[in-house]
Design a protein around this ligand. Sequence first.
Ligand SMILES: Nc1ncnc2c1ncn2[C@@H]1O[C@H](COP(=O)(O)OP(=O)(O)OP(=O)(O)O)[C@@H](O)[C@H]1O
Length: 496
Amino acid sequence: MGSNEGKELPVIVRVLDATASEAARTSAVCAKLSHACTDPILYTESSSCLQDLADKTTDILIIDLETIGGDEALEAYAVRCPKAVIIAVSAKGSVSRAVSAMRAGAHDFLTKPFSLDALASKISFQLKQRRPVQPVAPAAPQSVQPVVSMPELSAPPLRAAHIRTESSGTNRLVGTSAQMRDIHDQIGRMAPSQAPVFITGESGTGKELCAAAVHELSERRSNRFVTLNCAAIPRDLIESEIFGYVRGAFTGAADNRAGAAEQADGGTLFLDEIGEMDLLLQSKLLRFLQTGTFQRLGDTHTRKVDARIICATNRNPVQEISAGRFREDLYYRLHVLPIHMPPLRERRDDILPLAETFLERYSAEERRGFRGFDADAEARIISYPWPGNVRQLENTIRQIVVMNDGAAVTYDMLPLIIRDQSSRPGTLIDLSRERSRVAPPSRPFGTIEPLWAQERRIIEDALDAFDGNIAMAAAALEISPSTIYRKRQSWTARSM
Ligand SMILES: Nc1ncnc2c1ncn2[C@@H]1O[C@H](COP(=O)(O)OP(=O)(O)OP(=O)(O)O)[C@@H](O)[C@H]1O
């Protein structure tokens, strides 16, 4: 159901199950979906499935946990198809198994044997969640086109797993605070220019939305806005994701493929979390910015594209330069038109309009009757510090809407973390720090928990505290969600 310039594309379904007859039976679910499907692709072993997930578009992945060696292994599949609906199936169903499969990236879980109707209804529900919501009314001047919380499905054929293109909508940034009015003004002035835009700000402040707004208001809007999240892609794949590759460039490069730079020709290339890019690739990017030319990996042919670059980071770029992690010459090349997205706590006037926007959006989506907040809830929402910024506010309102119903959101409906100052995220993290501080001052070498394991424990504690919600956990830890994804990938790699 991916909408490609208004057209509905058939969904692409992949099924991985070591038992061929099971895979075939499962794939019959396509006949029960209200979306048109392409012929489902069946796999009986993991490696070819993993390869295709990395290289090709996937809308729905139905995956047997026994075939991949358990729920822990699921994450390696989920990171390769971040936009797909993933349904985990297993003959060994239990609540804890379902929970851990969903933490590892599944959207839903079914115990074998399951009925195709049950599977179809789970898939349809997830597809519905991802359907772009149409604007309700051309209401207030700053009114926004509702944002799809999950990316759209079914990419154009050339799109890589980590690359997202969008072509719809106008400026969707809600906010009438003085700071946001200033940002709207800056966006309006910067949009017509061809110069690079450099967006800074804490995680969840709306940097990606801001980049999209620059594109939407530019003459490039009829071409693609291509997002590449440098933190979500394994480092050794970033170059091929940006510049593409030719057949045979590396093991598994079965076809020629255009990278994000080529896909953004005539449009905008948004490099999110550019601070995560390694130094070697930074020098290649610099060359690309200086000349507009590049070569696909393994190619001798030089290509030229015209893509406007917008990049974003939640790190302090000047500190990154001093620490030797960011090339100064690249910084000056990119840092032409800077925009800083202030944290939500510094623009409190935006909190209520944002909360109301999300309440309206999610009430419509979840078919609830909420029309506003009562006085106590409103006061708490406005006074809460929102360390995870707009993303945390959005997730909180969504959670409230899913878990409750009524005409008004009341104080009691607010999650404990918001209601109770003493259980603020900072306190949570401090507690885990306290735990490590009470360790005896000198312990024999080998009894010290390695840093990565401590980090893992802290991150997993935070995930537990937020029922596995990565965005909320990241907000509480004051790191970006992609850092959590990356760390989890590295733990999986350690255990392989
Ligand atoms: N001003 C805004 N109006 C409406 N929605 C917003 C606004 N700012 C952020 N959001 C929503 O909050 C969420 C996070 O926004 P976005 O991804 O743009 O933040 P970010 O700064 O790029 O985060 P990160 O650094 O973690 O990538 C998104 O769902 C986005 O739609």
